[in-house]
Design a protein around this ligand. Structure first.
Ligand code: AMP
Ligand code: ZN
Length: 114
């Protein structure tokens, strides 16, 4: 299910352009438009969940989230993160979430500050 008013759903539909690096029937990975690391990609599901907690207690949604997480290392390695990467999910106001379609930031390509 997609949401007509959601930016990332529009990217999935091809209504907003994106620099795609990986796509299958479940998920999409594309480059962040304002990279905060040498490599900065976003992994999203082709189902509109606002928050990580929206997958809670739903077996199908949880399975999709796990699938996406398990796929990320392969996509990261193939796109400049051979020496490691960081996954970040901002959830809610305090974390500064700005797009309310669940996404994992994948960052690497250089030594990341911590
Ligand atoms: P968050 O703050 O965790 O919700 O992350 C949203 C991310 O989406 C930010 O890092 C933005 O730079 C990124 N972003 C916003 N619009 C686009 C777009 N059209 N294409 C690619 N990335 C985007
Ligand atoms: Zn969406």
């Amino acid at each position: 299910m997609l949401d007509d008013n959601c930016l990332f759903c529009k990217i999935i539909r091809g209504e907003v352009p994106s620099d795609k690096v990986y796509e299958d029937e479940t998920m999409l990975v594309f480059k962040d438009i304002e990279p905060k690391a040498k490599v900065h990609m976003l992994a999203i599901l082709k189902n509109h969940f606002k928050l990580l907690s929206d997958a809670d207690m739903d077996e199908q949604k949880s399975a999709e989230v796990l699938y996406m997480l398990m796929k990320i290392p392969e996509v990261a390695r193939a796109n400049g993160c051979e020496k490691g990467f960081r996954i970040i999910a901002n959830q809610g106001e305090d974390a500064g979430q700005s797009v309310f379609h669940l996404h994992f930031h994948i960052m690497g390509g250089e030594t990341l500050p911590w």
